[in-house]
Each structure stands twice: as structure tokens, then as C-alpha cells.
Design a protein around this ligand. Structure first.
Ligand SMILES: [Zn+2]
Length: 516
């Protein structure tokens, strides 16, 4: 294919690699990086001249100053060498960078690995010192730091221990920068974000995959040279092609997900994601959208992994001699569930504040949609809803007792929206329960406002009054009803993402404040 390669192949210089058909190998070529092999100085000189003539023909300059020669006799580098074309000669300890890797008669794997490791760590540190979001940080590590390593896979000999050390180094640095909790699930770190993980590439898996792919390519080739290489590679390269029974396989995504789910503590959140009625796509939007800071992302994952240092964790997991009662309300069982949703001292302010943030998002969007508010309304966290907003066509109530003829037990939903033209009403109630209580909370909300809905319909002479619960769990899990209910009030599905982010930030804030 390549004219220069064809020219070189037609010379009689080079090493016989196949005694049978006399096939010779006298060069390796990749783009403009060329290695020539001559069995004697004069043969090498002849090959150089061939390349020189060809380069002149195509008007390309052949820079001898960038070249180097090495004279190897019986596997040893000769000190006294014959100078060819005034090209610099390599002494036994000199190296020449061919395709980015320093080499002489062989590759010094130990030195190259050290250099690559240092370069990888430098890039990793540079990224960790940026203000990238959680999603972008992991993406940047995968796309900018890890390729420093992948380039050498299949060429440089990385042992499984070397590779595991590199993965450990990455995790250690993430932890040092407070982006990964020490006891968070390691499996989850390498699970794709669309499946609830963090989407970091596993270095050992990448190497095994790349080596296996390359091995496959060599093994399946019918090309004579490739077949010879396969027969001759007795551990000279990391592929060790002559050895047929290599079995190191990368860990599949399914195995990682299973490892994550099977953890006694770590497995609770992924199991909640699989529960009936969970909108998996919306529930994982925070990971795919990835706007949270890496520290917040890591903190939220530690909450979901159940590894926050609560008194319950200290007593039951760390086996410490502590009394497992809540440090705020003295109730038995200071679990992460108690802190995020069950502590009586937090109910009136912290939990209510979180609930109200989600409620405000929906109220504000509904008001803008119905032209009760202008589009330039402040962001949701600065927004304070008016108890009543009314126009000719619609009325919107915020947290107000609704007067009907008879007294109903529950007459104060978070939001009530009346469409005067179409004579319809919507009772909206918000909740931020524990992940395992989403379905029950939705059912409870509907039951709670059934009487009010019935009364409203009759007294206010409405055609329909729907009850729409909007529920996001403390860990950001969203039920399938959420999107359906958004459609009922003609709000875009992106509201779920905004609401989820608000809830997650509030939960992190509550836990941080509690444990500090
Ligand atoms: Zn408590």
C-alpha cells in the first residue's frame, strides 16, 4: 500500500524472519515514524539511501539530525560503532523516542511506567484543582488523564498489581479532594451514570480490554508476518502471543452493578431504584445532568451508600462503644434515614424548608405558565409565593386553608389551582419522604384530600378536581407519577430535574449540618 514500504520490501536488506520463504523484515513504519533494520552497516546504509531517494522524489526533507542508530551484536549494544551518514549513535544507556516511547534495543518498562504514572498523576491533580462539575470532572479524567495510560497498553508491560495501584491512586486522590467517601462503593464508581454510578473508567479493565483486543487481532490474522510474530512472542510483549491460555478478563458492567447491589449497605439505594413505580430515567437525571459539584456528588453518594458516620454506623458497622441515640432528639437509632427524614428537631425548619423549595418550584412555574407571574420572576430559592394569585381566567392558592361548606380534616394543600374558564381544579401536594416510602406517600396524599376534592367540586361548581401528589425522595428518587402529574398541569418534564437538584442539595445540607 505504502510506496516507500514497497520499495524497502523489494531490497535484499533486512533480517530473515522466515527461513522457509526467505521473507525479510527491514523496517517498521507508522505515519512518519520509521525504524530500519540492516544486518550489516552497509545494508543499513543502503536502506537509508533508499529512503533518502524516495524522500527527495516526493520533495520531503529527511532530517538526519532527528535520527539515531544502534548497533546490536548478538543481543548486545556495541560500543564501537561505525558511523552511518553522520547519524547520532545510541550508547547502551541512551534512549530514542519512537512512537512516543523511549527505547533502545528494548523498552525499559520500569522507567517508562514510572514516567507515565507521573504524567497521569500530574494530569489528575490538575483536573482535581479545577472547579469542574462532578460530571465534567469524571469526563475529563476519562478523556484527558486516562489516555496517557491507554496509549501504552499492549506495548508496555503493566502487571495486574501495577494497574490496580493506578486505580487505587485515582481513588485516593478523589478522596483527598473530598470527592469520594472512603467507604463508598468502589463498584459504583465504575458503573455508568445512566445506571446510577459515577462513570469513571477502570484502568485495569481498560488495559485488559485493549490487550485482549490486540491479541485477538494478531491471533486471527492470516498475514504471514503476523503469524510469525504470534509464534515468536514468548513473553517479549505484554500480549505474550505464543501463550494461548491467557484468561485475564475485564470485569463487565453487569458484574460491577451486581457487586454494588449485593453490598449490605451499598445495595439499599440501587434496590430502591429498582422498586415498582420508580422512574429510573428521572431518578438518575442528577447524575447525567451532572451540575452538582464533585464534592456534593460524592457526599450524596455516601448518603445513598449508607456510609455516613452516624451513631448507628459507628455502633453497628465500626463496632464502636457508642450509644445509638439521636444526638438532637435522643430517640433511639441515629440512622441516616432518621437524619434525612425522621428527626423531630428538624421537622419544622430543615425538612419543611426542603419541602417548600420543591413546592415553590412548582408554584412558580404554574404561575408563570398561567401568566399570573412574569417570566423574569426570581430564581426558586429566592421566590416567596403570594398566598393568592388571581386573574380573569385562573386562581392560584399557596398554602391556604380552603373554605368549603362542611369542615374537612385536610383543607390546606400546598397548592390549589383553579381554571375558571374550563371549570377545573387541581389540588397539588408536595412530599419529600424516604425512598422506600414514595408509593405509600403518594397514596396517602390522594386519600388525604379526597374529601376536599369532592367538596370543592360541588361547592365551587367545578367539572373535575384532580389530586396530584409531587413526590421526590430525600435521595432524589422520583416516581413515575411525577412526570404524569407534570403533564396534567402542562409543565415541562425538566421541572423534575430542577426539583430533584433542590431536594438533593437540601438533603446534603441537612446531613452536613447534623453531623458537624
Ligand atoms: Zn433525632
Amino acid at each position: 500500500m505504502n510506496p516507500m514500504s514497497t520499495l524497502l520490501n523489494h531490497t535484499t536488506a533486512g533480517y530473515k524472519i522466515d527461513q522457509g520463504n526467505g521473507k525479510r523484515l527491514n523496517h517498521l513504519l507508522y505515519m512518519d515514524d520509521l525504524k530500519l533494520y540492516g544486518e550489516t552497516p552497509s545494508k543499513l546504509n543502503y536502506l537509508i539511501e533508499t529512503v533518502q531517494v524516495f524522500s527527495m522524489d516526493i520533495r520531503m526533507s529527511f532530517g538526519f539530525d532527528k535520527c539515531a542508530t544502534v548497533n546490536i551484536k548478538r543481543g548486545k549494544i556495541e560500543d564501537r560503532q561505525q558511523v552511518i551518514c553522520n547519524i547520532k549513535q545510541l550508547a547502551p544507556k541512551d534512549t530514542y523516542r519512537y512512537l512516543g516511547l523511549a527505547q533502545n534495543s528494548t523498552i525499559d518498562h520500569t522507567t517508562i511506567k514510572r514516567e507515565i504514572r507521573e504524567k497521569y498523576n500530574t494530569r489528575l491533580m490538575k483536573l482535581l484543582n479545577t472547579k469542574l462539575s462532578g460530571y465534567n470532572l469524571i469526563k475529563a479524567i476519562n478523556a484527558w488523564a486516562i489516555p496517557v495510560l491507554t496509549y501504552s497498553f499492549g506495548v508496555v508491560k503493566w502487571s495486574n498489581t501495577d494497574l490496580e495501584d493506578l486505580d487505587r491512586l485515582t481513588r485516593r486522590q478523589l478522596t483527598k479532594f473530598r470527592n469520594l467517601h472512603t467507604n463508598s462503593s468502589v463498584c459504583r464508581l465504575y458503573v455508568p451514570r445512566r445506571m446510577g454510578g459515577r462513570g469513571l473508567l477502570n484502568i485495569k479493565d481498560l488495559c485488559l480490554k485493549q490487550e485482549n483486543g490486540m491479541r485477538q487481532r494478531f491471533m486471527s490474522s492470516s498475514c504471514a508476518i503476523m503469524r510469525l510474530i504470534v509464534a515468536q512472542d514468548k513473553g517479549y510483549t505484554p500480549l505474550n502471543l505464543s501463550c494461548r491460555n491467557r484468561i485475564d478478563k475485564p470485569i463487565s458492567i453487569e458484574e460491577r452493578v451486581a457487586g454494588w447491589k449485593n453490598g449490605a449497605l451499598h445495595g439499599r439505594y440501587p434496590k430502591s431504584l429498582q422498586s415498582e413505580g420508580v422512574d429510573l430515567h428521572s431518578s438518575l437525571a442528577w447524575l447525567k445532568d451532572g451540575k452538582l459539584f464533585p464534592e456534593t456528588e460524592g457526599f450524596m453518594m455516601a448518603i445513598q451508600d449508607g456510609v455516613m458516620r452516624t451513631r448507628n454506623y459507628e455502633k453497628n458497622i465500626l463496632k464502636q462503644d457508642v450509644v445509638d441515640v439521636c444526638r438532637k432528639c435522643s430517640m433511639r437509632g441515629e440512622t441516616i434515614e432518621h437524619i434525612t427524614s425522621g428527626c423531630s428537631t428538624l421537622a419544622d425548619n430543615a425538612y419543611l424548608g426542603r419541602h417548600n423549595q420543591l413546592a415553590k418550584i412548582i408554584h412558580q412555574q404554574l404561575a408563570i405558565k398561567s401568566e399570573l407571574l412574569s417570566k423574569t420572576s426570581p430564581p426558586y430559592y429566592k421566590y416567596s409565593p403570594q398566598p393568592v394569585l388571581e386573574s380573569r381566567d385562573t386562581v392560584l392558592y399557596w398554602d391556604r386553608p380552603i373554605i368549603t361548606d362542611r369542615t374537612v380534616d385536610h383543607n390546606r394543600p400546598d397548592i390549589l389551582f383553579i381554571d375558571k374558564i374550563n371549570k377545573t381544579g387541581v389540588i397539588i401536594d408536595i412530599a419529600v419522604p424516604l425512598s422506600r416510602r414514595i408509593k405509600q406517600t403518594e397514596t396517602d396524599k390522594i386519600t388525604k384530600y379526597e374529601n376536599l376534592s369532592y367538596d370543592l367540586k360541588n361547592v365551587w361548581n367545578l367539572k373535575t378536581v384532580k389530586i396530584l401528589p409531587f413526590v421526590i425522595s430525600v435521595e432524589g428518587i422520583i416516581s413515575t407519577e411525577f412526570q404524569k402529574n407534570l403533564k396534567e398541569i402542562n409543565l415541562p418534564c425538566s421541572i423534575a430535574k430542577v426539583g430533584q437538584r433542590a431536594v438533593l442539595l437540601q438533603t446534603c445540607h441537612i446531613v452536613r449540618k447534623f453531623l458537624n
